[in-house]
Design a protein around this ligand. Structure first.
Ligand code: C2E
Ligand code: MG
Ligand code: MG
Ligand code: MG
Length: 285
């Protein structure tokens, strides 16, 4: 097997964690600097449509390339960013960079996929969120239809009235909305009928043991059929093994993300592996 048709076995590299920093204040100072001095970068993880074998979306996932400590994973600095308020400038940086990258790909006629951007509940609660986001997108000149915002159930549930106003504003511009980590939040299924939701991303904790745990299988299966009935796309997250993929296909899952297809990789690696002229179906099993 060669090129993108090969199975990628991915070993996450050990990442430095908070304890490398002398103090929380130091880390916060460094992070503020990182946002201003372009030490952040985006990796992208593809989402695959099983029926066609085509990539349909790339999820942007932020990394911090610290001058001393090297590459830091988001789990190690997003919580601090949220506590300190730095998530607002960080989130704006992420959205702008994702739009600029999409614009570059369009200009080079390279990749035709949607780009998904994660939105923290702290950002979503910001009064000016929708206007700021739309402004950034307009500044970069890309069609908002290329964008998907991944939000969590906790973002939605805090203030339903405000949420619907924000989501309507984003949808009116053509931005798609997906629910990330679906199934582990404070779920009320009510919002699925009230809000313009395009996609549910089944949390990978359900997918992990789908082969061995009948409850995980049942929940995953139910979410997939809920999606079909409501005409909402459903993505299984964290698919690592062919055995998991086989079961997901049996349960009529339509789209997947996970290390089995690809871990998050740099924009340059995405271009090499998933460029458009080479849009042969991706075979992963
Ligand atoms: P998420 O949005 O649910 O993203 C999926 C995470 O699962 C990513 O971790 C991805 O690398 C990992 N993953 C994907 N496939 C597999 C798999 O097959 N197996 C396993 N074990 N893991 C898999 P990552 O990039 O470390 O991001 C972690 C979380 O950090 C994200 O979870 C998201 O909540 C947050 N995050 C990342 N980038 C951003 C960002 O730009 N803004 C905000 N607000 N949050 C972000
Ligand atoms: Mg996500
Ligand atoms: Mg997720
Ligand atoms: Mg998550």
């Amino acid at each position: 097997q060669t090129g993108k048709n090969k199975l990628i076995t991915y070993q996450p590299t050990p990442t430095p964690t908070r304890h490398l920093f002398a103090s929380q204040i130091q880390m916060e100072t460094d992070l503020r600097k990182a946002i201003m001095e372009n030490q952040l970068l985006l990796y992208y993880q593809p989402r695959l449509e099983l029926s066609t074998g085509q990539i349909i979306c790339l999820e942007a996932l932020v990394r911090w390339n610290h001058p001393t400590y090297g590459m830091i994973a988001p789990a190690d600095f997003i919580p601090l960013a949220e506590e300190s308020g730095l998530i607002l400038p960080l989130g704006e940086w992420v959205l702008r960079e994702a739009c600029l990258q999409k614009a570059r790909w369009l200009a080079e006629n390279k990749l035709d996929y949607q780009v998904a951007v994660n939105i923290s509940p702290c950002q979503f609660q910001d009064e000016a969120f929708a206007d700021k986001a739309i402004h950034i997108i307009e500044q970069t000149g890309i069609n908002p239809a290329y964008l998907e915002f991944e939000i969590t159930e906790s973002s939605i549930m805090q203030n339903m009235e405000k949420t619907i106003a924000v989501l309507d504003k984003l949808c009116a511009k053509g931005i798609s909305i997906s629910i990330d980590d679906f199934g582990i939040g404070y779920s009320s299924l009510n919002y699925l009928k009230e809000f313009p939701i395009h996609c549910l991303k089944i949390d990978r904790s359900f997918v992990k043991n789908i082969q061995s745990n009948s409850n995980d299988w049942a929940i995953t299966n139910a979410i997939i059929h809920l999606g079909h009935a409501l005409n909402i796309q459903v993505v299984a997250e964290g698919v690592e093994e062919v055995g998991q993929l086989d079961i997901l296909k049996e349960t009529t899952c339509t789209t997947i993300q996970g290390y089995l297809l690809s871990p998050p990789i740099s924009a340059a690696e995405i271009e090499l592996t998933f460029h458009r002229e080479d849009n042969r179906p991706v075979m992963i099993s």
